[in-house]
Design a protein around this ligand. Structure first.
Ligand SMILES: C[S@@+](CC[C@H](N)C(=O)[O-])C[C@H]1O[C@@H](n2cnc3c(N)ncnc32)[C@H](O)[C@@H]1O
Length: 303
């Protein structure tokens, strides 16, 4: 199995641990464009390494950060110098400095400040209030930006930087409807929308009208697609699977999300991928009840 390239930005619902599973189910000849309307951290597409790609999201800060890397306005060397300098101030002044950077970012929206906050904040959360201001608290950790941590982040930036140079990739800030409207038949679409009722972020609003619009658009999508969604957890089932997505092909996988503000959001979940084609995978598949038994009886193994 190839090593998964972890991106420099963290976000809720990041698919790092599910990339191999998703990748196994991609049915695509690579002769069109990889289209990712909800790219978030970008981890899925970055690991597919398509020649041509459109990475889109409505969060302007994620997109601006990757656009800066793509246009070489941010280089790995700059990232290192910035994190060394800012990390030193953070060590000296701790949370006082974190909140200064947060205030500075909420004035200027500088991409490097976004990276700093994303990697120093509580749980790698990306959360903005209704005025569009980043409001995640500080994650108290001594020597947050240690030499090793900075090197890790710089390497992650460098990997994306190199991938951008080698490929024709675009990063666009736009709504999913606009992105899916651009799809043609040789493309491949990977959709990972916010999960209904699980987010409280200004850039992550997702309700029934969004889900139904997505369903309508994917139902007439001219290309193959994968949709990531949740199937069930210990307490409930995703009614949109039963009412809508069931008309496509559904494959399940047990998963445990580590990034989440509330403990209640950190339970194991049955993750689903919905495809408009019969996915062929070498991975073991089993039925829903077997998955649920494995997932929920052994919940403590995940915690
Ligand atoms: C679950 S996250 C995607 C995670 C991503 N697949 C990853 O592994 O990092 C959902 C993303 O959808 C974006 N989003 C929310 N509403 C959107 C909309 N209407 N159109 C496009 N993107 C949207 C959010 O900003 C967020 O980055």
């Amino acid at each position: 199995m190839t090593k998964i390239q972890i991106p420099p930005i963290k976000c809720q619902g990041i698919k790092s641990k599910l990339v191999s599973f998703i990748k196994e189910h991609v049915a695509w000849q690579h002769n069109g464009i990889w289209i990712e309307p909800f790219c978030g951290s970008g981890v899925v597409g970055f690991n597919i390494r398509p020649k041509h790609a459109i990475f889109a999201d409505t969060n302007p800060h994620i997109i601006a950060f990757y656009q800066h890397i793509n246009q070489e306005k941010i280089t790995p060397m700059q990232v290192r110098a910035f994190l060394v300098q800012e990390g030193k101030k953070l060590t000296e002044h701790s949370q006082v400095y974190y909140y200064q950077v947060r205030e500075r970012f909420n004035e200027s929206y500088a991409p490097l400040d976004f990276l700093f906050l994303n990697r120093a904040c509580f749980n790698g959360l990306i959360r903005f209030n209704r005025h569009g201001k980043f409001n995640v608290p500080f994650n108290h950790k001594p020597n947050r930006f240690s030499k090793a941590y900075i090197t890790k982040i710089v390497n992650q930036v460098e990997a994306v930087y190199k991938l951008c140079k080698m490929h024709d990739w675009q990063f666009v800030c736009q709504d999913f409807a606009e992105t899916i409207g651009m799809v043609s038949k040789h493309d491949f679409v990977y959709c990972d929308p916010p999960y209904i009722g699980r987010n409280a972020d200004y850039f992550n609003q997702w309700d029934e009208s969004h889900e139904l619009k997505l369903f309508e658009m994917l139902s007439t999508c001219p290309a193959n697609f994968i949709l990531s969604t949740w199937h069930s957890n210990q307490y409930r089932h995703n009614e949109y699977i039963t009412d809508y997505w069931n008309q496509f092909h559904i494959t399940l996988r047990e998963h445990f999300y580590h990034v989440g503000a509330k403990e209640t959001n950190r339970h194991p979940i049955l993750e689903a991928i919905v495809t408009n084609y019969q996915a062929i995978s070498s991975m073991n598949t089993c039925d829903v009840s077997q998955h649920q038994a494995r997932l929920f009886e052994n919940e403590t193994n995940y915690l």
